[in-house]
Structures are given as C-alpha cells and as structure tokens.
Design a protein around this ligand. Structure first.
Ligand code: HEC
Ligand code: HEC
Length: 427
C-alpha cells in the first residue's frame, strides 16, 4: 500500500521532470531534503526507543519489552511484562516481535490477497492491523499506546513532552520537523510518536531477511537433513499444515515469505492464570471483540480471534501466544497436535476433575474455534499427526527463521517488498 504510493510519486516526479526542468529540480530538492529529514527523524526515533527517560518510572523504554538484541522480542521469559509508574501494573499480553511489521496489511474484515502474491478471489476473513487483535494501523499511532498505557510506560502527554524537550534528541527533532516541532505538549508528543514510527520503518533494521531460510531460498545455504524434514512437515497439509497460516513460500512476484498471512484466528489458547486480570473468572481477553479492541464489541463472530504472528525470529522468544502461556516451542507444537486429543493436558479442570475445554473462551463462541489440520480429526483417543521426532524437526526448522545468518538481505533488488527503498519520506 505504502510502497505503491511511493512508486506512484516516483513515476510522477519523473514525468514532471521531462515536462518542466525547473519543476524537476524543485522535485529533486524536495526529495533530497525529505530524505535528510527522514534520516534525522529515524535517528531521534532510534535513540528514544531505548531511552528510559520517556517512561513515568524512568526505568523502562520500548527496548525493555522489544529488545533489539532479541530482534525486538522480549528479553526475558515472563508471561507478560510489568510496567507503569511503580512497575506494579501487569500487562495483559506478551510483547510481539517488532520485526517484519511492514508486511502487516492494514486491518480488513474481508481480506483478499494481492494479485502478485496469491489467489485474490478468496475471502480470507479478518486480517491485518497491528497488535494481537489488529486494532491499530500505523507504527506512529501504536507508539502512543505504550507511552501512556498504565501497564506499559505509564507516562502522560505532558510527561513525554517534558522528557523530549530536556533530551538530547530535541535538536534532532527540531531539525527534522521544524523549529516549532516541540512548541506545545501535543506537538511534542506527536513528534515523539512520529520519530518512533519512522524508526520502525527502517527496513534494514526491522525487516532484514538475513535468516538461514532466506539464505536457503536464494541458494546461499543448505538446510540440514532435520531442518529440511521439518520444513516438509511444516508445509504438508496432512501433517503440520503450519504453512496454511504461516506462509513459507515466496509470492508470485518473488516477495519473500512473511511466515504469516496475518489472519485473525481462534486457536483457543489455554487461559493463563498468571495474568492478574484473569483472577476475575468473568474476565476474558477475547481478542478482536474486546475488551482492548472496541469496534467489534458484541459481534460474536470476532470473539477469540487473534492475529497470526510471523514466525520469523520466533526462536529468539521465550514466551509464546498472545497471553504468554507457553515457554517452549516443542510444547507449542504439542498443543497444536493434541489440543482436542488430550484436552486435560492443556485446560483447567472443573470441580469433578473434568477438563474445561477451551477454558479461556466462553461456550457461546466455541463455533469460532479453528478446526483445520492439524486440529482436524482430533478427539480423545485419536493419533496425533506429528510424533516426537517430527515435532523436533519442525522446531529445528523454526530456528532457521532467526535473522543474523547472512550479513545482508539476499533479495535486495529482486523483490519490491524486500527492498528497503520502499519507505515513505517525511512530508
Ligand atoms: C511493558 C512492555 C512494553 C513496552 C515498554 C512497549 N511495548 Fe510495544 N507491545 C507490548 C505488548 C504487550 C504489545 C501487544 C499489545 C496488544 O496486542 O494489545 C505490544 C505491541 C507493539 C506493537 C505492535 C506489534 C504488532 O505485532 O502488531 C508495536 C509497533 C509496539 N508495541 C511498539 C512499541 C514502542 C514504539 C514502544 C515504546 C514507545 C513500546 N512498544 C513499548 C509491550 C510493550
Ligand atoms: C489456522 C491457522 C494456523 C495454523 C494452521 C498454525 N498456526 Fe501457528 N499461530 C496461529 C495464530 C492465530 C497464532 C496466535 C494465537 C494466539 O496467540 O491466540 C499462532 C501462533 C503460533 C506461535 C507463537 C508465536 C509467538 O510469537 O508467540 C508459534 C510458534 C506457531 N504458531 C507455530 C505454528 C506451527 C509450528 C504450526 C504447525 C504445526 C502452526 N503454527 C499452525 C495460526 C496458525
């Protein structure tokens, strides 16, 4: 979307240059200065990202939950992170990686794939948007949430404005956005979120495509026998069927796989009793139908749906699923293949010792739960689609998705989505 807008601008800039040389010069100067301002904005955003002065406690930054050293995954194995002014506020969800967010399409109730990438006649249902429930559409908009959320950085607009005016980034932001950029609290707050948004659009940093799998796809590495077997099981519709949602193949136009179709799906992940808000038996995090997301409240068909995450860099996480219930990739895959075979292993029990299947989703929403393979055909007594060795192979394969195997993006120049020039300049 953004990249199409950018290409359009480029084409028109080219056309006007041939028509009117002076206008062409003005256009190229505009581009030069826009590029410089984007670079300044990014520089400020990068510094702010790791600067705890922007939190109410003075001890937390974006990097505390999205650690650059873990490819913007959380640096620890907590189910959900602590935050807020006294570090007493507990989050509701596990922080996702911030890598590859440029591949997330804007939220759409009825998503059709792009012509270049797949069959665009199929309605894939609710898809896209940032956060686990898809309620946000841009990185800059997203940044305002953690800055002021009582269980994240716990600050106020005025607190953020004061922090930025006092900070060494103030001069950089004024150079990027104009002398008055920090004039009022709301302008200063907007400058901070814009800078963070611009930093998140630094594709060399956030969408590097330097995993072993990318090396293999472009003929630069060989997978081990176990990794290769894991990939086959991951793709095989009768076995893992993981690639149905975590896309593993390049698009028709060469776009590298994002390992997500960004669809919103109900997997019925078990309730996590370690989350304080879950002490209230009447509270449920229902994803797309609320309570964090507001626009689908009361629309039952959206209840229990969470956005499919990318699996790129998943090996650098120690916490999995929206509620951080799992801490081990082997266990995640065991859940997929035995959710409905041994529900007593996964879900809590009632007073009579019976498993309460799908214990984090009220019964009226159970019709939303996904039953495609690997769930299809599961019932107590059925045989799991993957055995222990097969699961170990898939885990080995998942580790080929961690960035850092290659030095540089091997697709550069061969695919529009992988090419870092696709970012939008500051206007
Ligand atoms: C206390 C931990 C914490 C801090 C600090 C934090 N985040 Fe997050 N972040 C989260 C959680 C949890 C989510 C998922 C929220 C949800 O689904 O409702 C998230 C989601 C996001 C997303 C959407 C990712 C996606 O996959 O759609 C972005 C972008 C983001 N954070 C950026 C930031 C920025 C920028 C900062 C600093 C201003 C920041 N975060 C600070 C925990 C944190
Ligand atoms: C029908 C779509 C679908 C299929 C098939 C599927 N997944 Fe997922 N996957 C999801 C969704 C949706 C989530 C997030 C669910 C949640 O947190 O509530 C997820 C989450 C994950 C996570 C946790 C990632 C994180 O950052 O927390 C892993 C790991 C994972 N899937 C691996 C697999 C593997 C391996 C397979 C095949 C055995 C598979 N998935 C099959 C949709 C799917």
């Amino acid at each position: 979307m953004q990249r199409h807008g950018f290409l359009l601008l480029l084409c028109c800039a080219g056309a006007s240059a041939t028509l009117l040389a002076s206008a062409g010069d003005a256009t190229s100067q505009w581009y030069q200065s826009a590029r410089e301002r984007t670079a300044l904005l990014r520089e400020a955003g990068k510094a702010i990202f790791s600067d705890p002065a922007f939190s109410a406690s003075g001890r937390q930054s974006c990097a505390s939950c999205h650690d650059p050293a873990h490819r913007y995954n959380p640096p620890n194995a907590l189910d959900v992170q602590m935050g807020g002014s006294g570090f007493r506020g507990q989050g509701l969800r596990a922080p996702p990686t911030l890598t590859y967010l440029n591949r997330v399409p804007p939220y759409d109730n009825h998503h059709h794939d792009s012509e270049d990438e797949a069959d665009n006649s199929i309605d894939n249902g609710p898809t896209g948007g940032l956060t686990w429930d898809g309620r946000i559409d841009s990185g800059a908009q997203q940044a305002s949430i953690p800055l002021t959320s009582p269980f994240e950085m716990g600050n106020s607009e005025a607190g953020v404005a004061n922090a930025v005016r006092r900070s060494p980034h103030a001069a950089t932001l004024r150079a990027a956005l104009g002398d008055d950029a920090l004039g009022t609290d709301s302008k200063a707050f907007a400058a901070v979120t814009r800078a963070l948004g611009a930093f998140e659009e630094d594709y060399a940093e956030f969408s590097p495509y330097t995993s072993k799998y990318d090396a293999w796809l472009t003929g630069r590495a060989r997978l081990s026998a176990q990794e290769q077997r894991g990939l086959e099981l991951f793709n095989d519709e009768a076995k893992g069927n993981c690639a149905q949602c975590h896309l593993s193949r390049r698009g028709l136009d060469g776009t590298p796989p994002a390992f997500s179709d960004y669809g919103l799906i109900a997997l019925a992940v078990p309730r996590n009793p370690a989350i304080a808000r879950n002490r209230d038996p009447g509270f449920h995090d229902l994803g797309a139908c609320g309570p964090e997301r507001k626009d689908k409240a009361g629309q039952d068909e959206y209840c229990g749906l969470f956005r499919t995450p990318t699996l790129r860099n998943v090996g650098l996480r120690s916490t999995f699923f929206h509620n951080g219930k799992f801490h081990d990739l082997t266990e995640v895959i065991e859940f997929y293949v035995t959710r409905d075979i041994t529900p007593e292993r996964w879900y809590s029990r009632d007073a009579r010792g019976q498993a309460i299947a799908y214990d984090d989703l009220p019964a009226r929403y159970h019709g939303n739960i996904n039953r495609d393979p690997p769930f299809e055909g599961q019932h107590p007594g059925a045989k799991a689609r993957l055995d222990k060795d097969e699961i170990a192979s898939i885990v080995a394969f998942l580790h080929t998705l961690d960035d850092g195997y290659l030095k540089d993006n091997p697709y550069r120049g061969t695919s529009p989505s992988a090419s870092p020039s696709a970012s939008s300049p500051v206007r």
